[in-house]
Design a protein around this ligand. Structure first.
Ligand code: PMP
Length: 361
C-alpha cells in the first residue's frame, strides 16, 4: 500500500501518483532504449519526440492558437519578471501593471528596473481582500503591455474574469492557476507559469507568447533571455531541463486522460466549494477574501486564535494532511488544492477541521 499522504503544499506541489509511477517504471530504461530520459542528448530523436509530444499535448489542452509559440525555459516565474520587460518594453518604454498582492508587487519591482511602470490599479485599497473592478483601472495610452496576476498564490485572490485592454498585449502570471480550468489563450499576448504547481516539477517555466511579440528585445537583453532566440531554437538554445520537460509531458498526458480542462474545472470547482463552505459555516475558521474573488487553487484561512495554529498543524500531520502552514509572510493556514490534489484530500481536511473545531471551538 502507498504511504503517500495528502499534500496541500503551494509549490513544489503534489503530483499525480500515476505519473510518478510511470516515471518510476521507465526511469532506468526509457521505452526499451536502455537509458533514462535524464541521460539522453536533448537533441536526440528520443528526447525530441518527448519534447514535441509535451508541447502538442499542452497545445491541445489549452487550445493554443497556431500563432502562439510555446517556450520551455528555466529561471522560474521570477526570471520572467525581468524577461518580460526586457523583451517587450523596448529601449525606454513603459507598461501598466495591476497590483493584487505579493507576486504582482514582485513583478512590478523587477520591471521598474527596466522602464517606467504605471500601477494602473491596486487591491491595496481593499487590504488585498478584493480585486478592483476594471472601471477603476487607470490604463495609460503609452503602455507597451498590461501585466496582471490572475491568481495570487499567497493571498488567495483570483480573477474570475479576463481584463479588457483593447489592442495592448495582456501579460499574465498564471503560475498557480494554469490548467485548473479552460482559458481563452487568444485574449492574451503572453502567459507564463512556473511549473511546480499544475505543470510538473520545478526547474521549468512555460511561456506561451503571441508570435508578433517576438523580436522586440532590448539591445542589452542577454541572448539567453531573448524570446525570439528561444523560439527560433525550439527552447534548446542551450541544454533545457530535460527531465522536468519530460515529467511535465507525463502530466499533460494524465490531464488528457482525466478528460482535459473541462473535467479539471468540474473537479476543482467541487473541491473549492466544499472547502470554502466548511470555512464559512464554522465559528473557528475564516477566509477574508471577497467571495467572487476567492482562489480555487490556494485557500488561505485563519483560526480564531493564533495559539491554536500549532496544535492544528500537528493534528493535521498525524492524519496525513501535510503542508497546511500559511506562507511565512502572512501566517495562518493555506490549503493549496491543485489538479493533483484529489477531492478525497479535501474531504479528509474538512473532516479534520470539524473534528478540531469540536475539540477547541
Ligand atoms: N508568481 C506566482 C503567482 C507564484 O505563485 C510564484 C511561486 N510561488 C512565483 C511567481 C515565483 O515562481 P518561481 O519560484 O518559479 O520563480
Amino acid at each position: 500500500v502507498s504511504k503517500r499522504m495528502f499534500n496541500f503544499c503551494a509549490g513544489p506541489a503534489a503530483l499525480p501518483e500515476a505519473v510518478l509511477q510511470k516515471a518510476q517504471a521507465e526511469l532506468l530504461d526509457w521505452q526499451g532504449r536502455g537509458l533514462s530520459v535524464m541521460e539522453m542528448s536533448h537533441r536526440s530523436a528520443e528526447f525530441t519526440s518527448v519534447a514535441e509530444r509535451a508541447e502538442q499535448d499542452l497545445r491541445d489542452l489549452l487550445s493554443i492558437p497556431s500563432d502562439y509559440r510555446v517556450l520551455f525555459l528555466q529561471g522560474g516565474a521570477s526570471q520572467q519578471f525581468a524577461q518580460i520587460p526586457l523583451n517587450l518594453l523596448g529601449e525606454d518604454g513603459s507598461a501598466d501593471y495591476i497590483d493584487t498582492g505579493i507576486w504582482s508587487r514582485k513583478a512590478i519591482e523587477e520591471a521598474s528596473r527596466y522602464g517606467h511602470i504605471n500601477v494602473a490599479a491596486s487591491a491595496k485599497e481593499y487590504d488585498y481582500f478584493a480585486i478592483p473592478g476594471q472601471n477603476q483601472w487607470q490604463l495609460s495610452d503609452e503602455a507597451a503591455y498590461v501585466h496582471y496576476t490572475p491568481n495570487e498564490t499567497i493571498g488567495g485572490l483570483e480573477f474570475n474574469w479576463i481584463p479588457e485592454v483593447g489592442d495592448k498585449p495582456l501579460v499574465a502570471d498564471m503560475s498557480s492557476t494554469i490548467l485548473s480550468r479552460p482559458i481563452d489563450v487568444s485574449r492574451f499576448g503572453l502567459i507564463y507559469a512556473g511549473a511546480q504547481k499544475n505543470i510538473g516539477p520545478s526547474g521549468l517555466v512555460v511561456v506561451i507568447v503571441r508570435e508578433d511579440l517576438l523580436g522586440k528585445a532590448h539591445s542589452k537583453c542577454p541572448t539567453m533571455l531573448d524570446y525570439r532566440v528561444a523560439a527560433d531554437n525550439g527552447s534548446m538554445y542551450n541544454t533545457p531541463p530535460t527531465f522536468a520537460w519530460y515529467l511535465s509531458g507525463l502530466i499533460f498526458q494524465w490531464l488528457k486522460e482525466q478528460g482535459g480542462l473541462e473535467a479539471m474545472e468540474r473537479a476543482n470547482d467541487a473541491k473549492q466549494r466544499k472547502l470554502y463552505a466548511a470555512i464559512d459555516a464554522s465559528e473557528l475558521y475564516t477566509n477574508p477574501i471577497n467571495v467572487a474573488d476567492r482562489s480555487w487553487m490556494n485557500v488561505p484561512f485563519r483560526l480564531a486564535d493564533d495559539r491554536l495554529d500549532k496544535p492544528f498543524l500537528a493534528g493535521a500531520e498525524e492524519r496525513g494532511l501535510l503542508n497546511l502552514k500559511g506562507h511565512r509572510s502572512v501566517g495562518g493556514m493555506r490549503a493549496s488544492i491543485y489538479n493533483a490534489v484529489p477531492e478525497a484530500a479535501v474531504d479528509a481536511l474538512v473532516a479534520y477541521m470539524a473534528e478540531f473545531e469540536k475539540q477547541h471551538g
